[in-house]
Design a binder for this molecule. Structure first.
Ligand SMILES: CC(C)(COP(=O)(O)OP(=O)(O)OC[C@H]1O[C@@H](n2cnc3c(N)ncnc32)[C@H](O)[C@@H]1OP(=O)(O)O)[C@@H](O)C(=O)NCCC(=O)NCCS
Length: 173
């Protein structure tokens, strides 16, 4: 660890594959998914990594296969509200990238709302770059309530980002 990096209080967190009932993680999944019907369609898919402190799950990251071999998707990820901003999300992404590389997957993709500039920042800080935009992906037709806004921006378009797998950015001071 870089000695200049300040301790965050979450150094004891371990990242591991989740083997418990998916339904117990639903609350966390809901932090990242506003459409109950969409969530129902993928809650049980793929694999889930969790960040744990003792028995407490602080965050999760769901990894699913895509239509291209070697490309994995981060389908859903979230960190408990009180723990956000302490590096747990970055550690989950780093673990997913390392696991994917070890399995010879070479590409990771993720989608988020164009309105969510915080998420766009987060993923770019993890080395992802913009790939494409799906206009009008979020709306009543896909189970998202009409009129949803994030920081005053209408929830409407979906942005896809991608990066190669392997080590994420180096830890900074
Ligand atoms: C997005 C999320 C998973 C990030 O997890 P986290 O543990 O809070 O993130 P980290 O503390 O590891 O942050 C890593 C970097 O991203 C930045 N970041 C994280 N969330 C951010 C936000 N909402 N706005 C701006 N920057 C953000 C952090 O400031 C940090 O920046 P730094 O590298 O300059 O220090 C978490 O905030 C969350 O659960 N959000 C709600 C659910 C959600 O929207 N999930 C994503 C769905 S696509």
């Amino acid at each position: 660890m870089n000695p200049q990096r300040r301790p965050t209080g979450y150094e004891d967190v371990s990242i591991e594959l989740y083997t418990g009932p998916r339904s117990e993680l639903r609350r966390l999944f809901e932090l990242a998914e506003d459409s109950p019907t969409e969530l129902d369609s993928y809650l049980y898919s793929g694999r889930v990594l969790v960040a744990r402190s003792g028995q407490v799950v602080l965050g999760h990251l769901q990894l699913v296969e895509t239509d291209r071999p070697g490309r994995l998707e981060i389908k859903n990820m979230a960190v408990r509200g009180t723990v956000q901003g302490h590096g747990v999300g970055a550690r989950l992404v780093r673990a997913a990238l390392e696991r994917a590389a070890a399995e010879s997957a070479d590409e990771m993709v993720v989608a988020t709302a164009a309105a969510d500039v915080g998420n766009l920042r987060f993923y770019q800080r993890q080395g992802f770059r913009f790939r494409s935009v799906e206009r009008d992906a979020f709306g009543p037709a896909t189970g998202y309530p009409a009129g949803l806004e994030i920081d005053g921006i209408a929830l409407r378009d979906r942005v896809w980002l991608d990066r190669t797998t392997g080590p994420a950015r180096a830890e900074r001071a």
